[in-house]
Write a new protein. Structure first.
Lengths: 173, 72
């Protein structure tokens, strides 16, 4: 491998491997996946062209790892949706989900998206990081430079906004 | 907590669901968000369970916010 001369991979590995693994494990909730992602992060770091000067290799490594974890969440979410659809199809061969229920879901999503679009960017970002990517409150606080209490307040605000947007019995089961 | 039915939050003698009380909705939402915080303790858990058991409206509001979180 011909990493950028500004990157001492061996030193990075020895100094940050434990923290990197711990961070990834917290994000993805699985030791094995965390180890895979950490390895991939080192490989990508090693692939940085030698012409590139990395000012902070450690921060760069963490950024690569975070992006890999986000990719992992996206793939997992897609896989989960696909699997659920297939399971539904097996259980109810003629109609996995009634058309009116699908239409209801679509309407629900549109209503929620419209409601969320009225929120400040920061509130939307906090909501997406928690709801879509599964970040912990501490991770969100760290990444966005706010307290965990502030993260909670943004989440409450987003959830209240969504509830206000829905008819009172729309979520009853 | 038993299974909560939508009719638990209906007007007395009526079939129309009651509009959720904003104060109860606020409280249910705050509890729901706090429940996932790192510092949520066993004592907090007991207080949340007690709050849910206080009235069907609390239980319904709690269920509603959970359903919203897991909405498509």
């Amino acid at each position: 491998m011909s990493a950028s001369p500004s990157i001492d991979l061996e030193r990075l590995f020895h100094e940050h491997q434990r923290d990197l693994l711990a961070m990834l494990r917290r994000m993805v909730g699985c030791q094995e996946t965390a180890a895979d992602l950490a390895q991939e992060a080192y490989i990508r770091l090693a692939d940085v062209p030698s012409s590139h000067i990395i000012v902070s290799p450690c921060a760069f490594l963490l950024r690569i790892a975070t992006n890999l974890a986000l990719d992992h969440f996206r793939k997992q979410k897609f896989r989960g949706q696909r699997q659920t659809s297939l399971e539904d199809a097996e259980q109810v061969p003629t109609a996995a989900r009634p058309v009116d229920a699908q239409a209801h879901d679509k309407q629900l999503v549109a209503t929620l998206e419209k409601a969320l679009s009225t929120l400040p960017d920061r509130t939307r970002a906090v909501f997406a990081m928690r709801r879509v990517y599964g970040y912990s409150y501490q991770e969100i606080a760290m990444q966005l430079g706010m307290s965990t209490r502030a993260v909670e307040k943004h989440l409450v605000r987003a959830m209240l906004c969504c509830q206000d947007a829905l008819p009172s019995d729309d979520l009853s089961t | 907590m038993g299974h909560i039915r939508p009719e638990d939050n209906r007007s007395p003698g009526g079939s129309e669901p009651l509009a959720p009380d904003p104060e109860v909705t606020n409280e249910a939402t705050a509890w729901f968000i706090r429940e996932s915080a790192a510092g949520f303790s066993q004592a907090d858990r007991r207080r949340l369970d007690e709050w849910r058991a206080q009235s069907p409206a609390h239980a319904c509001a709690s269920q509603r916010v959970q359903a919203l979180w897991h909405a498509p």
